[in-house]
Design a protein around this ligand. Structure first.
Ligand code: HEC
Length: 249
């Protein structure tokens, strides 16, 4: 089990125990038990942040992913648990005998967190696969592309083969040294990026996304063409590994 799943487990057990004790025994009686809904609220928020963090990538930060996750039923319920938990804790702290409120809060929080738990896995995999990564203002890549592994990541011969592909098909726009100033650039609507940008092209876990771009292009006339069909899958990986070599220089 991963950390968010453990947090959910702890939260649900804690709320269930609280509800049971509220009916049968005077445990933690009085306002001190305001700590329980507060803790439940914090656990719900910690889960949401950890799950959203798992759906980020080097070009899409947490702040861009959070609204997507928060808009899902799982995210909405987690936010509700947070708000209700904090509100219940605040009210209990002010009451001298918060027994009734404690029972209602425990029951409501338990139901909401249970429902959120049920939807968590779906919401997170959806956030991780539906979103798009903005590589440039005109270039959006499906996030699911990042899961394609680079089959030649540890094969030095791949970049060597890629140099030939690059000189034949890419150099007119991207330039011999990858600076984006090839002879054909004057006729383009969109300026090719410089490959001499290790932060962008060597970002961990992004090979699949760059591969997707070479396959599909940016879909803009006068932009990056699609190479699927013209080049084989291996040639595309080879070209990408050569681009990464240019970026590393
Ligand atoms: C007709 C000109 C042209 C040719 C030929 C061309 N590109 Fe591009 N390429 C572009 C432009 C323009 C962009 C910028 C696209 C954008 O931002 O919309 C680009 C962007 C890219 C990117 C950046 C994508 C990212 O991940 O940020 C890569 C990688 C790339 N090209 C690889 C190649 C490879 C490999 C070839 C040869 C097989 C090639 N290009 C051939 C014009 C070209």
């Amino acid at each position: 089990m991963n950390l968010p799943a453990w947090l959910r487990f702890v939260e649900l057990s804690m709320l269930a125990a609280w509800l049971a004790w509220r009916f049968y025994r005077p445990w933690l009686a009085g306002r001190r038990q305001a700590l329980v809904p507060l803790l439940a609220a914090l656990l719900a928020m910690a889960q949401l942040l950890l799950e959203a963090q798992a759906a980020t990538d080097p070009f899409t930060g947490l702040l861009q992913v959070l609204p997507v996750v928060a808009a899902s039923p799982y995210g909405g319920l987690s936010v509700a648990v947070f708000v209700l938990g904090v509100a219940a804790a605040a009210c209990m702290w002010r009451l001298r005998k918060p027994e009734e409120l404690a029972r209602v809060s425990a029951a409501v929080l338990l139901v909401c967190s249970g429902a959120a738990t049920a939807g968590a896995a779906d919401a997170v995999s959806a956030a991780a696969s539906t979103g798009e990564i903005a590589m440039s203002p005109t270039l959006a890549v499906p996030r699911s592309a990042t899961t394609t592994p680079n089959p030649y990541a540890n094969d030095p011969a791949s970049a060597q083969r890629g140099a030939q592909v690059y000189q034949q098909y890419c150099v007119t726009c991207h330039g011999l040294n990858g600076d984006g100033n090839g002879p054909a650039v004057a006729g383009l609507r969109i300026k090719p990026p410089s490959f001499r940008n290790p932060q962008h092209f060597l970002a961990p876990g992004m090979d699949g996304a760059h591969y997707w771009v070479i396959q599909h292009g940016d879909g803009v006339p006068g932009g990056m063409p699609a190479w699927q069909g013209t080049l084989t899958d291996q040639q595309i990986w080879d070209a990408l590994n050569y681009v990464k070599q240019l970026a590393a220089r």
